[in-house]
Design a protein around this ligand. Structure first.
Ligand code: UD1
Length: 422
């Protein structure tokens, strides 16, 4: 297994191009199942999760053209001749977002069998809201031998659905299914993440009638048959936030080209409170910092709150801030697995339930550490960039799930970083 070696202490300088958003790309790829016409997506990031989704869709019989392999390229997906409505365990276990095929499959083909998902080891992460929502739309759901069997012989029917929690995946799954259901669906307490608005934009261009995506109430007039379209995927706000923190923690000056401030309001607010300069530019965001930053308290929440996907990264910034920072995690349980690894690098953090108290230290020290999940991996990279001496991160395959060419992008900004192939 590959490792990443970092020699810390170099300020980052220059410009980095933010890739297309993984969390927008995955549901957008799945949206191809809703039509028999080709759907073309551009700015698709070159990531392991994108390959996993492509493999899953190919398994169902979707014809996929990938002209620029692994290059953040353009994908054309055509689900005109599906051969299967079964998403097998072997593929679904690699990535939780595979559950997104359930709604579109049962909406268009009236049946679907999808393995119960695995994914990151961050809490139990059930799919009950996806299933209850589909039942409201008239699907019959049976759980058997680790598989979800959904059927709707007469097709789905629009309904009012109240989500107990604003789940991103459930909102996307149900929004896609509702575009082909008969009549109106209203999703209450919907998730408001920008990736949902991006999905709705694409579905709208395919002919769907959706209002309110990006707010907590989404209305879908279903029933129209959808066509293909060409959609450019939004920039990855989590990748952008991670590079902003990289600039801040190394005392550098970096332009995040393509990043959008309106998608990062809570993280930008937090960085500014800590003393980081963040300015909006025509082409993206400018981030700069100098010297030791101040401690800030924060709690993760569904969008527009502080994103859980940036919690591990901001925690690294707080490990070397002046003073103490209280960080609360409310979206996922068990999302502090990076804490013991950061402690190996000299961080002073105590965890109690969903809260972490971070007492800032002067400096982190390089150490051998192990990545446990996607965002925890990027936090160890940030810690390595800031630390004195050498950090070697093992199990870095998690990083390739969510960060396109991360070591190349960081090296181009002046970091001393290399991948060591096993
Ligand atoms: C998506 C993102 C992920 C991010 C998360 C929260 C993708 C591909 N992944 O994941 O990177 O960390 O949003 O911003 O977009 N829940 C239930 N029942 C359900 C579904 C969810 O109880 O049926 C709970 C989860 O356990 C969790 C919370 O709801 O505590 C939020 O999860 P959800 O928004 O569904 O996350 P994902 O869509 O899986």
């Amino acid at each position: 297994m590959d490792k990443i070696r970092i020699l810390g202490g170099r300020p980052l300088h220059g410009e980095v191009e933010i890739s297309g958003a993984k969390n927008a790309a995955l549901p957008l790829m799945v949206a191809s199942l809703l039509t028999d016409a080709p759907l073309t997506l551009s700015r698709v990031p070159g990531l392991a999760d994108i390959d996993t989704m492509a493999r899953l869709l190919a398994e169902l019989g979707v014809d996929i053209e990938m002209p620029e392999k692994n290059g953040g390229g353009t994908l054309t997906l055509n689900a005109a001749a599906l051969t299967s409505t079964v998403a097998p365990y072997e593929l679904v276990r690699r990535m939780r977002a595979s559950i997104l095929v359930l709604g579109p499959l049962v909406a268009r083909f009236r049946e679907a069998t999808v393995s119960l998902p695995g994914g990151c080891a961050i809490g139990t992460r059930p799919v009950d809201l996806h299933l209850a929502g589909l039942e409201r739309l008239g699907a019959r759901i049976v759980l058997e031998d680790g598989y979800i069997h959904a059927s709707a012989p007469g097709g789905l029917k629009g309904a009012e659905i109240h989500l107990a929690t604003p789940s991103v995946g459930a909102t996307e799954n149900l929004m896609m299914a509702a575009t082909l259901a008969d009549g109106e669906t209203v999703l209450h307490n919907a998730a408001r993440e920008p990736e949902i608005a991006d999905l709705a934009l694409c579905l709208g261009a395919m002919g769907a009638d959706i209002a309110g995506a990006g707010s907590d109430c989404v209305r879908i007039q279903g029933g129209a048959s959808l066509s293909g379209t060409h959609h450019r995927i939004m920039a990855d706000r989590i990748e952008a936030g991670t590079y902003a923190i990289a600039a801040a923690i190394t005392g550098g000056k970096v332009v995040l080209s393509g990043a959008r401030a309106e998608h990062l309001a809570a993280p930008i607010d937090c960085l500014r409170q800590a003393g980081v300069t963040v300015e909006e530019r025509n082409t993206g965001l400018f981030v700069a910092a100098n010297g030791r930053l101040g401690a800030v308290n924060l709690t993760t929440h569904p969008y527009p709150g502080f994103p859980t996907d940036l919690q591990a990264q901001i925690m690294v910034l707080m490990t070397v801030a002046k003073g103490s920072s209280l960080i609360g995690e409310t979206v996922f349980e068990n999302r502090f697995m990076h804490v013991p690894e950061l402690a190996r690098m000299g961080a002073d953090i105590s965890v109690s339930g969903g809260n972490a108290l971070v007492r800032g230290v002067e400096r982190l020290r390089g150490a051998p550490v192990m990545a446990t999940d996607l965002r925890a991996s990027s936090c160890l990279v940030l810690a390595g960039l800031a630390a004195e001496g050498e950090t070697v991160i093992s199990r870095v395959y998690h990083l390739g799930r969510g960060y396109e060419r991360i070591e190349k992008k960081l090296a181009a900004l002046g970091a001393d970083i290399e991948r060591i192939a096993s």
